[in-house]
Design a protein around this ligand. Sequence first.
Ligand code: DLL
Length: 433
Amino acid sequence: MIWNEARECMSRDEMANMQGARLRKLVANVYHNVEFYRKKMQAMGLEPGDIKGIEDITKLPFTTKNDLRDNYPFGLLAVPKSQIVRVHASSGTTGKATVVAYTRRDIEAWQECVARDLVMCGVTKEDMIQVAYGYGLFTGGLGLHYGAENLGCMTVPMSTGNTKRLVTMMEDFGATAIACTPSYLLHIAEVIEEMGVKDKLKLKTAICGAEPWTEKMRLQIEEKLGINAHDIYGLSEVCGPGVACDCSFHKGLHVQEDHFYAEIVDKETLNPLPDGEVGELVFTTLTKEGLPLLRYRTKDLTSIDHSVCECGRTTPRIAKFRGRSDDMLIIRGVNVFPSQVETALLEIEGVTPHYQMIVDRVNNLDTLEVRVEVDENVFSDEIREMEALTKKISAALQSALLIAVKVKLVEPRSLDRFEGKSKRVIDKRVLVD
Ligand code: DLL
């Protein structure tokens, strides 16, 4: 078992040596077995022997999602297809799906990473976990499932679909942990309230990820359900969930750096950035066999911190995500992230975290309307009260986003709920252009 404290508390030098050895092996492997990388390295005048240690990683070429698409479906495999035991894919909104492939050892490493993350969340083999991410080509369901089984948890493969049944089983089985997207957990919390069973539940931990969510939202979920909520990160190209996760101190997400080497680069110049500066997160998969990737550009924006965590772990931590560079909206020239709206709304009493952003272009001018669900206790027919709340929200959003925002209050539970990744932005400008 590798997820014991001793392994996680390796000194930085020991870790760098191990990463260096793994990187050398990886580079030789992709050079000899993946034509795409051999050509890229040859074009840069690079040979495997030029990579001597982990500090040489910046000499290597980047990989992008388009490279995966261009080599769809199996062009980047580093092993014969007969050694692949599983395939996943992410659909994406444009173009072909991104296909990822795993050897048996890749699957074992992945489930170990997820098991370590669960340990970081305080989950033990005594726990019963409901996995309520989608099962299928999406990595969330099977990723958490095998990680939880690996740890020895009683694992309930709920998937998504029937929230009332999920809550009934949570009560009947005595489930102590749940893994799902944070937006789905908010919906589950509403159904728990509707069914009036909160006091009968044994739930104590939630492992949420697959989409950006703010620290405020995490705290709100904790308070609403009386549980500990943790943030788990990953992406299918790198393996799926389990690449990083936050410990009980919630001061960033610990990266499983013996498997995935993280860098933060400037998203324009692609130059490495120092600790604390926000840029694009880049991963090199140090141990993957089936579809290893050099310097994969995630498009996720965050910063990194190599200092030792209060929990004692020495693994670097990435800060909670601000969003993706491709989720960033540019409205009237101003950069806007949905997470800024969420943060501002959660400061205001009487407002729920359910919102929708509608971006449009009227007379060549961008407009932003934010529809906000009001709390049941606050929603009233009193026009004056509602007007005052609208004004308050507009002012808060305007000062957070630095652009004018039209706010529309909507009835409790009238906006869409999501079982998978939430979709909170409707950008009508793309249709207009
Ligand atoms: O979302 C894997 C996953 C499943 C992670 C379950 C956590 C839990 P993809 O569908 O390939 O894989 O999407 C990856 O989702 O690049 C981020 O933009 C976003 N994302 C994932 N986890 C987080 C998180 C899975 N904790 C993309 N916070 C990534 C913010 C996240 N964004």
